[in-house]
Design a protein around this ligand. Structure first.
Ligand SMILES: NC(=O)c1ccc[n+]([C@@H]2O[C@H](COP(=O)([O-])OP(=O)(O)OC[C@H]3O[C@@H](n4cnc5c(N)ncnc54)[C@H](O)[C@@H]3O)[C@@H](O)[C@H]2O)c1
Length: 417
């Protein structure tokens, strides 16, 4: 950010939800207190509320257990960050807009297309900015793809294959045992996980989708696929030593996906893992959860300019990254977040960009911090628009909702009617 034109006073923000995402974005306030200051927090979990209040020096009057109370006693602030679970986006967002705050809203926007559109309309009529957290637009690798496509050096896009490899551990943790396992609690996985991918595809094609069809189902993580002799919890299960989805192996042995387990004062992370395995949702057998989101899905899209796109969401893989292959009139781009390769048809010319050193680095390889910086800069300087406006995000959400309609009805959906 250009220091010379940044105003003297920091942008002030109230966070609604004090979990994983909020902590990521607030790192920017830690690094740049002169640009962003947390002035209020709504978080029902006392451990998280107290930890953040202490870290940012918030007084009791600046902390709330629920957002209804905050909106009854609103604090002076420029913006509200909404990073609550997905079923709690629409209501606080509408209240924040109504109260005149600018909003940084975690994806997905809301749980239905109508709600998404209502938020966009309300923001327009109130004249406030609602930015949606599509982090891929701020990630160095994805930004490079956008820059190459926009430069025209490989001509115009003809077709794209894009694959979001969710990864088997992320799937069992988040979408079978965890927070995003049921549509009624959150959203279909396409919206929870892949609205970023659809946003990315619209962003790089600078085009609108004309027609789509989608297929997919919950094929594997169902009760009837439970191995004979398996039990409700991995910790008691005779099949556990050979089961690829074992919670004991994931959390206790490999210690993966444990960063969001709260460790109360006086307890250790090992005790928390043990309790989770014995009593918590994360200790359950993957075939005996109450999950209903699909475990594989594909979409075929035709865009306004005749570009065709095929997109797949694949949990059954050890990979946990996105792969994109773009075919253009003068060459092709293919990448897997580690390497980005450009090849020209004429002269067998090739160029490679190596991103391997940033794979798995904190804050989505810095994208989270770039995103919050863009939001702060948009509010402070009013020189440019935030990179993902609510209107653009509504369009990508619309495609996800329509893809779900296609999957459930078996129809090809026209979006230009
Ligand atoms: N942009 C991304 O890359 C990205 C990545 C992960 C998650 N997300 C999205 O961010 C959002 C938050 O996810 P997270 O991983 O931070 O989850 P989290 O569970 O770590 O944090 C959510 C917090 O909201 C709190 N909360 C629950 N009810 C509340 C209420 N009524 N008022 C205020 N706070 C309440 C919870 O106690 C929790 O601390 C979700 O919508 C998720 O889909 C986005």
């Amino acid at each position: 950010m250009d220091e010379t034109n940044f105003p003297n006073a920091p942008v002030t923000i109230v966070a609604i939800g004090g979990g994983n995402r909020t902590n990521k974005y607030l790192e920017y306030a830690v690094r740049h207190p002169e640009r962003l200051r947390l002035v209020g927090l709504v978080e029902p979990n006392p451990l998280r509320r107290h930890a953040l209040a202490e870290k940012f020096g918030l007084k009791a009057a600046q902390c709330f257990e629920d957002y209804a109370c905050f909106f009854r006693h609103p604090l002076q602030a420029d913006a509200v960050l909404i990073a609550t679970p997905e079923n709690l986006h629409f209501d606080p967002c509408m209240r924040a807009i109504e109260a005149g705050y600018h909003v940084l809203l975690e994806k997905p926007i809301a749980r239905t297309l109508d709600e998404c559109r209502t938020i966009a309309r309300a923001a327009r009529s109130k004249g406030v900015i609602v930015g949606v957290c599509h982090v891929l637009r701020y990630h160095p690798y994805f930004m490079r793809i956008k820059q190459i496509v926009d430069s025209g050096e490989l001509g115009q896009i003809i077709s794209i294959n894009h694959n979001a490899a969710v990864g088997i551990d992320r799937m069992t943790h988040g979408y079978v045992r965890g927070m995003w396992r049921r549509e009624e609690i959150t959203n279909p996985i396409l919206i929870s996980k892949c609205c970023h991918d659809i946003d990315f595809l619209l962003w790089i094609t600078s085009s609108r989708c004309r027609k789509l069809a989608s297929f997919g189902s919950l094929r594997w993580f169902r009760a009837e696929n439970a191995p004979a002799g398996s039990t409700d919890r991995c910790i008691d299960c005779p099949i556990e030593p050979s089961c690829p989805y074992s919670a004991v192996d994931l959390y206790r042995t490999r210690r993966d996906w444990i960063s969001n387990f709260d460790v109360p004062q006086g307890a250790t992370i090992d005790q928390v893992i043990d309790r989770e395995l014995r009593e918590g949702p994360y200790g359950r057998c993957v075939f005996r959860c109450d999950n209903d989101v699909v475990d594989h899905q594909t979409i075929a899209m035709e865009m306004d300019d005749d570009v065709t796109i095929s997109f797949t969401m694949d949990p059954f893989t050890l990979d946990d990254q996105r792969q994109t292959h773009i075919r253009l009139t003068h060459g092709e781009i293919d990448g897997d977040e580690r390497t980005l390769r450009l090849r020209w048809f004429r002269g067998a010319r090739e160029k490679i960009f190596d991103f391997s050193s940033i794979v798995g680095t904190p804050f989505h390889a810095g994208a989270d911090l770039n995103l919050i910086e863009d939001f702060v800069h948009t509010l402070a300087c009013r020189e440019h628009d935030f990179r993902t406006s609510i209107e653009q995000s509504v369009e990508s959400h619309r495609i996800c909702y329509e893809a779900e309609r296609s999957r459930l009805t078996g129809q090809t959906i026209r979006l230009d009617d």
